[in-house]
Design a protein around this ligand. Sequence first.
Ligand SMILES: C[S@@+](CC[C@H](N)C(=O)[O-])C[C@H]1O[C@@H](n2cnc3c(N)ncnc32)[C@H](O)[C@@H]1O
Length: 478
Amino acid sequence: MTIRDNVSTKVAISDVTLDESIYPRENIDHKRVSIFAENLRDNIKFDPIEVQVHPKKEGQYRILDGVHRWNAHKEVGLTDIQVIIKDLKAIDPLLYAAKMAIGPKQLTEKETRSTARRAFQNNPRLTSSEIGRLIGRSRQTIANYIADLKAVRQIKLDQKIWRMNRLGIPQERIAMRLGETRDIIRNHLGKMLILTKSPNTDLSQGLTIPQVAAKHGWTEPMLWSWVLEGKSDQSRFKDLGWGLRTWDLWNFNDCDHRFGDEWPGRIPAQMIAHILFYFSNPNDLIFDPMAGGGVTADTSLALGRRCWSLDMEDRADNRPEIEPYHWDMTLNNWEDTILAGKEKPDLIIFDPPYFQKKADSYGENSIARMPRQEYLHFLDNFFRFLKNNTRKTTRLALINSDWRDFQSCPALEEETQNAILLTDYYKILEPAGWELTHIIQAPLSSERFNAIMVSAMQEKKILGVTSRYILLLKQKNS
Ligand SMILES: C[S@@+](CC[C@H](N)C(=O)[O-])C[C@H]1O[C@@H](n2cnc3c(N)ncnc32)[C@H](O)[C@@H]1O
């Protein structure tokens, strides 16, 4: 590691801050500050302190070395201070600060331990030798300091790899997503059976799935995927406690909280499970291009399907299986997505924002912020893209709701140009090469409307929307 020194310059004291997250010491030594202040009053010159540009506060610098000198300047009432602005490149600033602290006044054992642990938590790819070299301790000492953190990280990494592999994500994509080499991924995959050993023992001794999940840090869908292996779809429904709907009206009172995260616009896992049951086969590849809280991936695990997911929101730690991607109409680089490879999905489950509903809950560049024409134009392009980049046999399940601007408007006065109805979706799907095979009703819950709201709506002749549909489509022979 090389550090590029930059020249010394003067900056305002008020532009320099102490950032606790990169300060290796426990406390500031006030006696030392007073001595330095006395020296300053006697006109004794000090070396410049070292700072770096603050990564979060514009126009500010954070101290890498010289907290006591900086405090002394403030005590004396000086308004500026001589600094060297460092460019650390890839060097961890906490470790650099610790290295600089070794010279004048050694860090205590407690401070060294805490610095090593904090540095590892910030960047788990640092080796014990690298940390040791920078803060003046042996590799073995650092290894002891961080042994527990390393073990937890190892288990977490194993679990992420297990889940992503189970969902059929190729090794090179797992490696890229987790920032590891393919060799490391291969190596971990070779030891996956060991990972399931303790949960397995606990399950066979009668612990429930939530108990085992909590004990071993597994997610419940991962455990379901494991315990239901080899079972038929129907048995899986039974074990999961889901009644199987035989007709095309799928009413579900609530989301199943075991599957997917709290997420604006979250859909019930039971609904995804029914789509998977009727329109896919075990081990099929499912694609969810706007995956949100991950309910499709979780349900796919429980029903033994593989699943690739994308979303513009990146939650690398909790949801590594949802790969970050923003469908941007202006860029037109959609062909470079995970659909570029040879393997194509058997079924696409597409649950986009229902036009502007919940627009405030999604990111600024979400399609929910688009005006009506643009939103429909986006979907038009998107359906064509899906058609052209999948197989002839790929099916599409589009989940959507009628959108009418009904909130404070009597039914007779609603403006049709603001509405998007089921038929509007079909008007673009058909020319984009998709043929409708089923329309399934899966209504939204109306529980969010309380009695007072309902009576006010009735008073004004407002007609609310609880309709939600799943349109099932296959590719037209053209
Ligand atoms: C209705 S939510 C999906 C909810 C999901 N099915 C669930 O049950 O949790 C729609 C998702 O689309 C994503 N989204 C909206 N516009 C997007 C875009 N242009 N590119 C990628 N994702 C987008 C949002 O971040 C949001 O998570």
